[in-house]
Design a protein. Structure first.
Length: 463
């Protein structure tokens, strides 16, 4: 679910983590680095992965380990860096159908499959060279003008230098617009290959066009990195409408999950008013009743929330996220043993095998507070971290559990892991050295501590 710092938005699920250093952008280290406010939620992550799976397969990315990261941002946006696809919660919230989100994913998959990031880096190097040459030529003309006392030649030199930078910038922007057009066309190819409509993409670009028109902004089309929305619609409309799948709609069960996701994001990110507006559009639906249970939980009416959640569970007994919400409510009601039972059911029912749910189960077991429950908590949290090794918050709970069991070296190593995946490399190394002093040389924990001590950050992500 969603979470607020402690750090979750729901008591648990929708965890919003604003980390001062790292979301895993490289394959080896959490890249939640550059103050990217990352949202963690088992239900939403599973749904978005379901949207992406067939698209990635069509794009030839099924086995390339592309990870999807949710960003706590209200704008409609998505971007890629490394093998990571970042999607704003605003995009998920504004998209009225799964198809709109799937179109966004297909476009970004086009960038990844086309190797656009590497090609852009090469273009930047060329542009940099172009600008340097222009600057040198301009500097030479300025010097020549000065030595010959020719103001005209000196002025021309300044113009060459300035013009070279302008030309380099326009060259890069033109290249980026070409890449965007290519990614749009690739997206249509992937949608056709998976039997899905491209109408969601057209609706998205229509939304951008309306926003641009309402803003009244005057935009120079040669000074932006994306084609104008009207141009993108014109380029794609024929292809979309020629597709045999143009009128295909999303399956009702998928639309229902999408509606539930939207109301959850609205409740946790926006509060009562936006969630209520969404619920009023389809009163009595499962999504609306789910929203009512979430709002009752968030605003402290635990009895009503539990009753509403139990009714949802009766209707869909195999839904792991209803059990997760039940666990959240019971934890807030200070009933950790009952909460642990609910989380255990959520873990057993979860087809996506999220790493977040075992960590939540482990937290409830920690709250039970017996030596036996603490040992079980360590097992569950380690299970969760085995599925989701970059969950920095999970290591904090693991360290606490080990500490309460008196296993200090393991607690310090878990703390080092948490700091490491938060991007706090300085303190990660300190805790790793402390752990290593108490561990046997050459054993797995000692070796992992050594890896952290030796780690040297290679770079930071850019949006």
């Amino acid at each position: 679910m969603l979470s607020r710092p402690r750090s979750m938005f729901s008591a648990r699920g929708f965890a919003t983590l604003l980390l001062a250093a790292a979301v895993a952008v490289s394959g080896s280290v959490s890249a939640l680095a550059q103050n990217v406010p990352v949202v963690r939620d088992a239900e939403i992550e599973a749904l978005v992965r379901d949207y992406a799976r067939p698209i990635f397969k069509a794009a030839g990315l099924a086995n390339d380990g592309v990870n999807i990261v949710l960003v706590n941002d209200q704008s409609f946006n998505a971007f890629v860096t490394g093998r990571r696809l970042f999607i704003n919660t605003g995009a998920l919230m504004m998209a009225e159908t799964p198809n709109e989100v799937i179109g966004v994913i297909a476009h970004e998959a086009g960038h990844i499959a086309g190797g656009h990031q590497q090609k852009l880096r090469e273009q930047l190097e060329r542009a940099k060279t172009m600008a340097i040459i222009a600057t040198l030529l301009g500097a030479g003309a300025i010097v020549a003008g000065a030595t010959t006392n020719s103001r005209g030649l000196a002025g021309a030199g300044m113009g060459v230098a300035a013009g070279g930078g302008e030309m380099a910038q326009r060259s890069i922007l033109a290249y980026q617009r070409t890449e965007e057009t290519t990614a749009d066309r690739s997206a249509i190819t992937y949608l056709n290959a998976t039997g899905q409509s491209g109408m969601g993409m057209l609706k998205t670009f229509g939304r951008f066009q309306s926003a641009l028109s309402l803003s009244g902004a005057q935009v120079d089309p040669y000074r932006i990195s994306h084609p104008m929305p009207r141009e993108r619609i014109a380029n794609l409309e024929v292809l979309v409408k020629q597709s045999p799948y143009v009128d295909k709609v999303d399956p009702p069960a998928l639309q229902q999950r999408h509606d539930m996701m939207r109301v959850k994001i609205a409740a946790y990110m926006g509060g009562q008013a936006p969630a209520t507006r969404l619920m009023r559009k389809n009163p009595g639906s499962l999504a609306s009743r789910y929203g009512e249970a979430q709002l009752a939980y968030l605003y402290g009416n635990l009895g009503a929330s539990l009753a509403k959640t139990n009714a949802l569970i009766k209707e869909q007994p195999k839904n792991p996220y209803f059990q997760e919400l039940r666990g959240d409510i019971l934890m807030k009601a200070n009933k950790p043993k009952d909460a642990a039972d609910a989380y255990a059911k959520a873990v057993s029912l979860d087809p996506a095998r999220s790493g977040l749910l075992p960590v939540a189960y482990g937290q409830a077991l920690m709250a039970v507070g017996t030596p036996e429950s603490l040992k079980k908590a360590v097992v569950q949290i380690n299970n969760g971290l085995g599925r989701d090794k970059e969950n920095a918050e999970g290591y904090r709970y693991l360290a606490q559990a080990y500490g309460e069991l008196g296993e200090i070296p393991a607690a310090e190593l878990a703390t080092a892991e948490g700091r490491f995946y938060s991007g706090d490399y300085k303190n990660a190394k300190i805790f790793a050295m402390r752990a290593q002093q108490k561990l046997k040389r050459g054993e797995p924990g000692w070796l992992r501590a050594q890896d952290i001590i030796n780690y040297a950050p290679s770079g930071k992500i850019k949006k």
